[in-house]
Design a protein around this ligand. Sequence first.
Ligand code: Z5A
Length: 204
Amino acid sequence: MFVSFEGIDGSGKSTQIKLLAARLEEMQREVRVFREPGGSVLSEKIRALLLDDAFEVDPFAEMLLFSAARAQLVAKEIRPRIDAGTIVICDRFFDSTIAYQGYGREFGDVDWLADFQMRVTAGLAPVRTYLLRISAAAAVSRRRTRAGDGKEDRMEQGGMTFFERVEAAYDKLAAEAPSRIVVLDGHQSIEVLHQQIWADFKSL
Ligand code: Z5A
């Protein structure tokens, strides 16, 4: 089984993924968590390039790099594990490219981009996607209070209007795929969100 988590930066994806994975492990289920971009040796190297603010990246090149990282992750890590019966949870998947590059960076031909993503993943799509919906303003405030050096990476430097476009894009994607994308109010408490996710996950 393959599920993904989506939402703007700081929406609580990693927090919820840890709770879901821990719960499944307690039940002796085989679980593997990946993050995007990343999760394989090549994809982690691409991640470092993508988040580095030392140089500018052309929007089309950016989309291709995110897609290359995903193609490698799916082929070498995700697909073999799904085939072996492991539950795979991914922190971001192709919806991120459509939301961030397609709408955030105003790529233009979003239909083409969505078709291209199916080529990138060789047709693999999550059976369920949990979208943690928080406002761009709340995300910025959470990022400020998060542990770390306080430095924003290249993607985080996109600015408020960029994140508002991404936020609106996620709403659009959710409206277009209501049976796959479960929308959750990410402003709720961590525990309440976990219970909502668990209730849905069990139904799968
Ligand atoms: N990107 C892209 O443009 N295109 C693509 O195709 C892909 C990605 C795949 C990856 O960043 C960047 O790449 C990302 C999108 C872009 N850029 N941005 N901006 P990343 O992997 O470094 O980070 P992220 O995935 O964006 O998110 P994150 O920083 O890991 O945040 P999170 O996982 O969503 O949230 P969290 O770490 O669980 O929580 C954040 C803080 O909030 C933390 O202090 C928590 O304790 C707190 N928290 C969590 N839940 C709650 C609740 N419910 N209430 C209050 N506080 C909470």
